[in-house]
Ligand binder design. Sequence first.
Ligand code: NAD
Length: 247
Amino acid sequence: MTANSARPYAYQRIVVLTGAGISAESGVNTFRDNGGLWENHRIEDVATPEAFERNPELVQRFYNLRRAQLTEVKPNAAHLALANFEQEYDGEFLLVTQNVDDLHDRAGSQKLLHMHGELKKVRCVRTHRVYDWSDDITDNTLCECCQQPNLRPHIVWFGEMPLFMDEIYRALQSCDLFISVGTSGHVYPAAGFVELATQAGADTIEINLEPSQVKDAFQEHIYGKAGLMLPMYLTKLLQACQASKDA
Ligand code: NAD
């Protein structure tokens, strides 16, 4: 484990991007750490529109299991540190997650965008209405709006457009600090956010277990577990922001 020391500074507008690595210590599997498999499935078999067309039962079962798994996991120190930071920090803050779990929500994060959708939501394929959802979806599950079995997971699959992109790009174009946590840098457009933040003049830091695919785009790096490294980093960052305000 190596840790370069980041230099906390009084930032005004912070954007944080998180990926599967931040939930790993809660017991939610990432997929790059599993040889490119997500819970023993190839991404092409469960996370593409083509997979859903080919084998909707398999895809629904996969997401039913992921949804059910959420009752067995809880937010870890990294999720909690982000929620606490947001509460204490008085600049502009946006948390963008690629994760479809609800651990940031349960930790108490407020300004939070799930750019790849949410396990706890489903969507009608006909009307596009989105519903909060905690149960399984089966062949017999009817959609409230059209009374047909038209529900799909509210998940952005590979080949589909991520959500909230206008809002995210606006925040990146005006941020002065961009923090990336627990993401491998393989999945775009999220992997390109560091470039946009850099163009905006922001400082950039990667906090991950290992160097990501886009590590060279970051000015600073902290390598180690998010549950340990992120709380330490955010504590220093908050102190620096508050000290500069008091000065
Ligand atoms: P990824 O699996 O490609 O990469 C995870 C990264 O996290 C790796 O670089 C790994 O080294 C790092 N990591 C592992 N444990 C860590 C820890 N304890 N602390 C810090 N870093 C750690 O994940 P990704 O980049 O988010 O891309 C995967 C895509 O799959 C996402 O778009 C997401 O939608 C989906 N996915 C979501 C979940 C979830 O919601 N929790 C889980 C698996 C996959």
